[in-house]
Design a binder for this molecule. Structure first.
Ligand code: FMN
Length: 208
């Protein structure tokens, strides 16, 4: 059975971001896709310290929910990350979490489907959306899209429940994501997995 991991970056388990993610979960259930939702927004998640320890250990040196999520992500076919917007960016806890998750998880994320969801009261959604999508696109992860912006507006969950277009966008996003996951599984059988070159890592050591 296909599986999607959803990460709620918000400290509010029943807040705006969670309401958007729950709308997606309803569709995943209809589509026969298993889900696991992690609320990480109240955890004390420190940022990456660039120690390089994960290169040896295959996991982050800080034992917290990043390593827990990494194990679930490995078994998942898709990842949804949801963020409340704080000062025009995804909230800091989620950024710290994702930096360490993507940096430390040693397995390939190639062809796992990604989707970003953002929630704000007034502004900063599109900038935050851009930030989150980059985790996927530099990791070989196809990005699922919807009928319009993957975002909801509100200060409370009750506000978001009135954002009918936002919720519709979440349902369409989940349907597209479920389809992509199933289609990629079929395509892997038919065509195999595209080759990945990793010979070059050019950091311009000659200064040019
Ligand atoms: C520290 C902080 C900064 C915020 N910055 C913004 C912002 O830049 N733009 C905005 O529209 N809302 C901002 N908000 C409001 C939240 O992003 C918004 O209410 C969001 O939908 C809350 O989602 P949640 O219920 O999932 O936590 C901010 C809230 C906090 C606590």
């Amino acid at each position: 059975m296909a599986k999607v991991l959803l990460i709620n970056g918000s400290p509010h388990k029943n807040g705006c971001t969670a309401t958007a993610l729950e709308e997606m979960i309803k569709v995943f259930n209809e589509e026969g896709v298993e889900t696991e939702l992690l609320h990480i927004g109240k955890d004390d998640i420190r940022g990456c310290v660039s120690c390089g320890g994960c290169r040896k250990a295959g996991k982050c040196v800080f034992e917290d929910r990043v390593n827990e999520a990494a194990k679930i992500f490995e078994q998942s076919d898709g990842l949804v990350v949801g963020a409340p917007v704080y000062y025009g960016s995804p909230n800091g806890t989620l950024i710290s979490f994702l930096d360490r998750l993507f940096q430390s998880a040693s397995y390939s994320k190639h062809l796992k489907v990604g989707a970003a969801v953002v929630s704000c009261r007034r502004g900063g959604n599109t900038a935050s959306f851009d930030v989150l999508n980059k985790y996927f696109t530099i990791s070989g992860m196809p990005v699922a899209s919807s009928t319009y912006w993957n975002m909801v507006h509100g200060f409370t969950a009750e506000d978001v429940k009135k954002d009918l277009e936002g919720l519709q966008t979440m349902r369409n996003l989940a349907r597209n994501m479920a389809f992509m996951i199933k289609a990629i599984a079929d395509a892997k059988e038919k065509y195999g997995v595209p080759a990945v070159e990793r010979s070059f890592r050019t950091s311009f050591p000659d200064g040019k």
